[in-house]
Design a protein around this ligand. Structure first.
Ligand SMILES: [Fe+2]
Ligand SMILES: [Fe+2]
Length: 207
């Protein structure tokens, strides 16, 4: 079989659906490659800043990496604005949905909420924006993490002179995260990790 016979899903057979499932499993193995290509496309999106959206993404991830953040943080940070192309009004939720099955909840939540938190830096300059939109999340267990994520890695990463690591540096981390078993509780419910680990950061900063 190289194609199913049905034209309406309800007419499909067990054989059809087993065939489709095996195809789907093969296809999911390419998720990391497709995400890396989508990141490259961010280079052409939304102009006006001093760095492209790809430049912003790798700069954010580089800062996270140099702070000693672990792989879940670094990959989440790298992908946090990947929704800009297709979901300009909820790009945070878009990225969080991609990450949800593969990173721990702490990182997924911060990506999902980062749009609200980022308003702290520009909301007061624009009509109709609430600078304190993040306050609706006060008391959440990841409030401080998201605030720090935005302060250290997101809002700070629009500098054209910053020496970011290339996307290729992060590619193996993206491959590793998206090769995990989806929704593995060992991953999604893994213990929270600090954003910065000073010991690792000092080690990585060494020439
Ligand atoms: Fe964003
Ligand atoms: Fe961002």
């Amino acid at each position: 079989m190289d194609k199913v016979n049905f034209t309406r899903m309800k007419d499909g057979t067990k054989e059809d659906y087993e065939f489709l499932t095996s195809h789907e499993i093969e296809y999911t193995k390419g998720t990391a490659d497709r995400l890396l290509r989508a990141l490259e496309q961010l280079d052409e999106s939304l102009s006006g800043y001093q760095v492209t959206r790809l430049g912003h993404s790798v700069q954010s991830a580089t800062r996270a990496w140099r702070d000693g953040a672990d792989i879940d943080w670094v990959v989440a940070v790298l992908l946090h604005d990947i929704g800009d192309i297709f979901a300009p009004y909820n790009h945070d939720e878009y990225a969080a949905t991609i990450l949800k099955p593969f990173v721990r909840e702490q990182c997924r939540w911060c990506v999902q909420a980062h749009g609200d938190f980022q308003m702290l830096y520009y909301g007061h300059h624009l009509d109709g924006f609430d600078q304190n939109k993040r306050d609706r999340h006060r008391g959440h267990r990841y409030f401080d993490d998201c605030a720090e994520f935005c302060e250290r890695w997101d809002q700070a990463s629009f500098d054209p002179d910053y020496s970011s690591l290339p996307l290729s540096f992060f590619a193996p981390m993206v491959q590793q995260v998206f090769a995990r078993t989806a929704y593995d509780p060992e991953v999604t419910r893994a213990p929270d990790q600090p954003l910065t680990n000073r010991d690792i950061a000092a080690e990585r900063a060494r020439p």
